[in-house]
Design a protein around this ligand. Structure first.
Ligand SMILES: Cc1cc2nc3c(=O)[nH]c(=O)nc-3n(C[C@H](O)[C@H](O)[C@H](O)COP(=O)(O)OP(=O)(O)OC[C@H]3O[C@@H](n4cnc5c(N)ncnc54)[C@H](O)[C@@H]3O)c2cc1C
Length: 462
């Protein structure tokens, strides 16, 4: 068995550490934060909604402590080509529930789990000389430091990276005093993700959340296109100021959800975050001044814009591939070739497609996605609804868990049509025409101020 060092006690460092302990390795985690620091000193790294297959990894490792807290059933997406105009709603259900647990609580608890199972934790801010010492003493050193400075050790892989710049200015806020059960708003999901998607301005999404202090609330986000209507948080220097600006933006641009959010309060003093970063792939091997090599893991290796909720899920996907690679690596060969081959497996199996799925949400909607969105029109997420519309909406939701399911169909117009044809027995063309007419009718009703009776759950924008 090998001696493994890990930098970072976020989900990547801890889950990899727990998995490697289970395989019988000797594991030490070096972290800038102690278990208690996670609860008191930092905001959550991100919303980090995790889908079913990721949660399976927690179950396999026996660290799924929050299963019943806030099981998320699906997604309600409202697509608005322009502010103020709700064009299409999608209401889909996941086959299996998702969860968004405060990462501060998780890292606190998992640090204790890790230590109780024989892992060693050293609280230290690791710089390059310290990393040299650590790497010299370990068979394999994994750098799971998120987007922190030490990650600059790893070069951006320009052959795999699409963007030169950050794509959105991000503002995250954790709020309480906002109803979790939206069934009174006509939404057939007790706990559902709300996704308001604006073609020109950016996106706003809200996720049912289990707070570190042990209660249900919401973790929500504005994804502002730079310089556009939602890019209004520069002068907000406190969580309270962020929440006040959030309410103003809802009132002006998302009036259909204003009543729901108008009494929101910041959940805790550190429950907010502002920033931006470049979505990218790194080369997984970092070489230290001495020539020793270390391997990137989690966000350090691949960071994604939060728009598609894939970043944390990709951390879990990397860890699965890493653990499989370790299991097969009986000789303990941790050469740069092995590190590259391990990361390539992640890229080929799931990393490439998840980045493609995530990035397509950042861009103007593709004709292929447009067809699927139109074809699902009328989905209502009610349990037992097995209509074609509902199957399509559900397929869209399940693609967040496994982007191999529908990403091709969202990118390629031929694939998209074939998929609708397959579900409908060859009726893609007529569904497209019929639903376009219904959507146009709904738009006319909005302009005239008449309720949109054509869509069972859509409400009027003010
Ligand atoms: C606003 C927002 C919303 C998001 N929403 C989602 C979502 O809904 N779904 C999803 O899948 N993903 C989401 N993500 C992404 C997700 O939060 C991250 O992918 C995930 O948390 C990364 O975990 P990590 O363990 O790799 O890194 P981190 O959580 O950043 O942990 C890194 C650790 O390394 C430590 N560290 C850093 N430098 C050093 C050093 N020099 N020495 C010692 N320790 C060090 C840090 O203290 C920390 O403990 C979101 C991200 C953002 C920003």
């Amino acid at each position: 068995m090998s001696k493994i060092a890990i930098i970072g006690s976020g989900m990547s460092g801890l889950l990899a550490g727990l998995g490697l302990l289970k395989q019988g390795h000797e594991v030490t985690i070096y972290s800038a934060l102690s278990a208690d620091d996670w609860l008191t000193k930092v905001p959550p790294t991100g919303t980090a909604c995790r889908f079913a297959t990721s949660l399976d990894l927690e179950r396999e490792l026996g660290v799924n402590h929050w299963e019943d807290s806030t099981p998320i059933e699906g997604i309600h997406l409202t697509f608005c080509p322009k502010p103020g105009r709700q064009l299409i709603d999608l209401m889909g259900r996941f086959d299996r529930m998702a969860l968004a647990i405060d990462v501060r609580l998780q890292s606190h608890r998992w640090t204790h789990d890790f230590q109780e199972r024989g892992g060693k934790v050293v609280v230290a801010n690791v710089d390059i000389p310290k990393l040299e010492e650590i790497a010299a003493d370990a068979d394999l050193t994994l750098v799971a430091a998120g987007k922190a400075e030490i990650g600059q050790l790893f070069e951006v892989d320009n052959s795999r990276t699409v963007y030169e710049e950050p794509q959105r200015n991000l503002t995250m806020f954790v709020i309480k005093n906002v109803s979790l059960d939206r069934s009174s708003d006509g939404i057939a999901q007790k706990y559902g993700i709300k996704f308001n998607f604006f073609g020109t301005e950016g996106e706003q999404f809200s996720i049912p959340y289990w707070h570190k202090d042990g209660y249900q609330c919401w973790n929500a986000l504005f994804e502002a296109r730079p310089g556009r209507a939602f890019d209004k948080f520069d002068d907000c220097n406190s969580g309270e100021a962020v929440v006040e600006r959030v309410k103003e933006l809802f009132k002006q641009y998302i009036p259909w959800d204003y009543d729901w959010i108008k009494d929101a309060e910041l959940a805790d003093p550190k429950g907010w975050l502002k920033g931006k970063f470049r979505p990218c792939f790194k080369k997984p091997v970092g070489t230290l001044p001495s020539g020793a090599t270390v391997m990137a893991l989690g966000d350090t290796a691949n960071s994604l814009d939060p728009i598609g909720g894939q970043g944390a899920n990709n951390c879990y996907r990397q860890i699965r591939v890493l653990l499989r690679g370790m299991e097969a690596n009986k000789k303990g060969d941790y050469s740069p070739e092995w590190m590259n081959a391990t990361f390539d497996k992640y890229f080929d199996e799931i990393g490439k497609v998840t980045n493609e799925f995530n990035n397509l949400l950042l861009e103007e909607i593709t004709p292929a996605a447009q067809r699927l969105l139109i074809a699902q029109y009328g989905s209502d997420a009610r349990p037992g609804n097995s209509s074609i519309q509902q199957q399509l909406a559900n397929a869209f939701c399940n693609n967040f868990d496994n982007p191999n399911l529908l990403t091709r169909q969202l990118l390629d117009a031929g694939e998209s049509k074939a998929f609708v044809n397959k579900l409908s027995g060859g009726k893609a063309g007529s569904i497209d025409i019929r639903n376009k007419l219904r959507i146009a009718g709904g738009q006319l009703r909005q302009v005239l101020g008449i309720p949109r009776s054509d869509h069972p759950l859509a409400r009027m924008s003010a």
